[in-house]
Design a protein around this ligand. Structure first.
Ligand code: NAD
Length: 462
């Protein structure tokens, strides 16, 4: 027994009692042992592509909207489209025909997406399927020489996070998780202000995904074969951490000067979903498999400490009847920003600045990307325009040979909070180490470049 543990036992007087307690193992089961980074994908610039040739997999609610947005970006060729459902494939093919795209359709067989990834004439595979398919599809696509955009969360397990990192490093293909909230207007303003030192040193931030989805997850038509209800009935923790985390991690330069160190997570019980499932099952056999399942708690709260001594809090609640919120609190030594409840606010002290003062800051500190493409993005829409800003920026970076704003380490780290929170909740909220997916390069990786001094050459076809 080491001196530290002997001192602890003496100090707490636990003596005999502690002998019966198993030590808390903060190493994540299934976490891969750290080995050397194969290649640093942070700020990696792939060779320029004049035209970005895209194949889409998954054409549900979100995937169809992604096709629609890409259809409005110049320098894009939509060459392949895949979904299990033939009707969705035909709908998407028709939608893009007006802009001269003639994609080949792939459908029906659950692994037909592999034929799409194997094509020799695609640069980017854009994955918008249920969570369990994200990593297998992304890894397969990268191994077949394609850059990847993959919806949130990119991975469900720590092992999957490592698969993404190792495959992206090995193939030198981008693996960007399409965390669209990083491109929302007030998040971009906060990032720009932070870069200019407006908040001083950022010491703490809070994010969340609080969105009452009960109506949707119990709707048989909303999500393909109720995949999201299945997730919520099998796991407990923060299953969807990336919307809350993405923008604040960029503000705090996580993976680029700082790193997550360890995490503590707590969930309350489910007080509604099991009851709803039982009631529905009484009249509809499709809900019978959900009866008696260990549904996720209503609210999960996870806190994370960084290597540089900062803190992050992130919450998840899709069951409570309350207004939507991603919180987006950024707190620094000289000021703070808070997005929700809207309107977004900024403070330099005890009081929030007036609406006029906020407007003035917005005018003087409009981020370069918003100046360039903000109006077009608002016209196209997609969560108020952020989805289009994200897709346009991604295509513009690929066409100009620039690093993407989100790399595979961000995808892995932000997604990893899901399984890490599950572990902590299952272990009485004990702390767990957060893997360093950058394997030490966070110490020297430069923050993302939001100057737009390079690129910006991609047009929009409204
Ligand atoms: N970033 C955001 O704001 C945002 C918003 C909504 C959804 N999402 C994410 O988008 C993803 C899709 O969500 P959704 O709401 O569109 O779900 P959905 O159920 O509407 O769509 C999923 C689609 O995947 C298809 N699919 C399933 N298995 C397949 C397979 N083996 N091969 C080909 N296609 C297959 C289904 O037929 C369906 O059309 C999820 O990961 C979700 O988390 C992100």
């Amino acid at each position: 027994m080491d001196q530290h543990r002997r001192d602890f036992i003496k100090m707490t007087g636990l003596g005999l009692a502690s002998a019966a307690l198993p030590p808390v193992d903060t190493a994540m089961p299934l976490a891969r042992p750290a080995s050397a980074q194969l290649f640093n994908m942070c700020n990696y610039a792939a060779p320029k592509l004049e035209t970005v040739r895209i194949g889409f997999i998954g054409l549900g609610n979100r995937g169809m909207a992604a096709v629609e947005r890409m259809n409005k970006i110049a320098g894009v060729e939509i060459k392949a489209i895949c979904d299990l459902r033939e009707g969705k494939v035909n709908e998407a093919i028709q939608m893009v025909a007006g802009h001269g795209h003639k994609p080949q359709g792939y459908h029906t067989h659950p692994e037909i997406w592999k034929r799409l990834c194997e094509r020799g004439d695609l640069d980017l595979v854009y994955i918008v399927t249920p969570w369990a398919l994200h990593t297998p599809m992304a890894v397969f696509a990268m191994n077949h020489g394609k850059h990847v955009c993959v919806e949130v969360p990119a991975a469900k397990t720590i092992d999957e996070c490592w698969q993404l990192v190792e495959t992206s490093e090995k193939t030198r293909k981008h693996c960007m998780m399409t965390e669209n909230c990083c491109y929302d207007f007030s998040e971009l303003l906060t990032l720009n202000l932070a870069r200019q030192g407006f908040f001083g040193e950022i010491t703490h931030a809070e994010g969340a995904y609080i969105h009452n989805l009960q109506e949707y997850v119990f709707d048989k038509e909303r999500f393909y074969q109720m995949w999201e209800l299945k997730e919520l009935s099998q796991r407990t923790g923060n299953l969807y951490p990336t919307h809350g985390l993405g923008p604040i991690c960029q503000v705090m330069n996580i993976n680029r000067g700082d790193a997550m160190d360890y995490l503590v997570s707590m969930s309350n019980n489910d007080f509604v979903m099991a009851d709803t499932a039982k009631q529905l099952a009484a009249g509809d056999a499709d809900f019978k498999p959900f009866v008696g399942k260990p549904f996720n708690g209503m609210m999960n709260t996870s806190t994370i400490r960084t290597k540089n001594g900062k803190t992050i809090m992130v919450q998840f609640d899709v069951a409570s009847p309350r207004p939507y919120s991603r919180i987006q609190l950024v707190s620094g030594t000289q000021g703070a920003a808070l997005k929700y409840p809207e309107p977004a606010r900024i403070a330099k002290g005890h009081e929030w600045l007036s609406a006029e003062a906020y407007k003035a800051l917005e005018t003087t500190h409009t981020p370069p990307i918003v100046k360039k493409i903000g109006e077009a993005a608002k016209q196209v829409g997609g969560h108020g325009g952020m989805d289009f800003l994200m897709d346009w920026r991604t295509i513009d970076c690929l066409r100009n040979g620039l690093p993407l704003d989100q790399d595979v380490y961000d995808a892995a780290l932000w997604s990893s909070v899901g399984p890490l929170s599950e572990w902590s909740v299952a272990h009485r909220s004990n702390s767990i180490d957060v893997p360093d997916f950058t394997r030490g390069s966070w110490k020297t990786n430069a923050p993302i470049d939001i100057s737009m001094e390079k690129g910006g050459t991609t047009g929009v076809r409204l």
